[in-house]
Design a protein around this ligand. Structure first.
Ligand SMILES: Nc1ncnc2c1ncn2[C@@H]1O[C@H](COP(=O)(O)OP(=O)(O)O)[C@@H](O)[C@H]1O
Ligand SMILES: O=c1ccn([C@@H]2O[C@H](COP(=O)(O)OP(=O)(O)O)[C@@H](O)[C@H]2O)c(=O)[nH]1
Ligand SMILES: [Mg+2]
Length: 253
């Protein structure tokens, strides 16, 4: 289980960059353990940094659809930020009504709410490789994740799709979503351009962005996704939760 052990230590709860690094190291069982040995519970033997992929793209660009294929092939654990938020609505949690109103209006839920939901999933999962779908949606989201979770993505996928195509797909999605209507969709596209583009640019500048042409059949698009994970083959193989059908699993014969 990957856990942010540093959350147990009040001494390293500040958000300053050096402490954030300390927290990050602690989360992955690195050398900070020695200095704070009394505050931090012993991390699991061999705890390592999780492999994180952020999946970006406008509404209807095919993020969720491609995530399903990535999960099937590489066994990553899929965390859809939108699904986690919709679960809050369905469960009538204290933030449920607020989230519903924001989603209906195509707006972005406060970072703290989304990041905490993601953090809970990451910390309680037995997996060590994750696909975080539809997040971060804003620079503020990105910074909050770094600060609260203390981890960086290894890969950032961007499904690049023309607006016309996204509108067509969303209006045909047929999943009964409150935001799949033309009025909300227009707002979402504006918000995507204004707030998500800077995140895409940030990862482009960091050399972590992989842009995929999201027009074509689902399989054609996935053909572009496959080779992106090849350089990470070793890391992905080592995970305990690789799908047995994955081409990355070593043949035991
Ligand atoms: N390559 C594609 N061509 C046509 N329709 C697609 C394609 N990929 C996904 N879809 C459909 O478009 C809609 C939006 O896809 P989805 O994966 O939910 O996108 P996102 O998660 O980015 O909003 C869904 O109804 C899905 O079945
Ligand atoms: O990190 C996130 C992810 C989603 N949302 C909200 O949830 C909606 C639906 O997101 P989802 O990723 O499910 O939509 P998709 O892009 O897949 O259509 C968004 O428009 C936002 O209102 C959000 O506020 N923060
Ligand atoms: Mg989606």
């Amino acid at each position: 289980m990957w856990r942010r052990v540093a959350s147990l230590s009040p001494m390293i709860s500040s958000s300053s960059p050096s402490r954030s690094l300390a927290r990050n190291q602690a989360a992955f069982g690195l050398n900070i353990r020695e200095s704070f040995a009394t505050e931090i519970s012993k991390p699991e033997e061999g705890a390592k940094s999780p492999f994180i992929t952020f999946v970006l793209g406008g509404p209807g660009s095919g993020k969720g659809t491609q995530c399903e294929k990535i999960v099937e092939t590489f066994g990553l654990t899929h965390l859809s930020a939108g699904d986690l938020l919709r679960r809050e609505i369905a469960m009538h949690t204290k933030n449920g009504d607020m989230i519903l109103n924001l989603i209906k209006d195509g707006k972005i839920v406060p970072s703290e709410v989304t990041v905490k939901l993601l953090q809970k999933e990451l910390e309680s999962s037995n997996s060590s490789k994750f696909l975080i779908d539809g997040f971060p949606r804003t620079e503020e989201n990105r910074v909050a994740f770094e600060r609260i979770v203390g981890a960086d993505p290894d890969v950032v996928l961007f499904f690049d799709c023309p607006e016309e195509e996204m509108v067509k797909r969303v209006l045909n999605r047929n999943q009964g979503r409150v935001d799949d209507n033309i009025t909300t969709m227009k707002k979402r596209l504006k918000i995507f351009e204004a707030l998500n583009r800077p995140v895409i640019d940030y990862y482009k500048n960091k050399g972590k962005l992989y842009t995929i042409n999201a027009v074509g059949t689902v399989d054609d698009i996935f053909k572009q996704v496959l080779p992106i994970f090849t350089p990470f083959e070793e890391q992905l193989k080592q995970s305990r939760h690789v799908n047995p059908k994955s081409p990355l699993v070593e043949n035991s014969s």
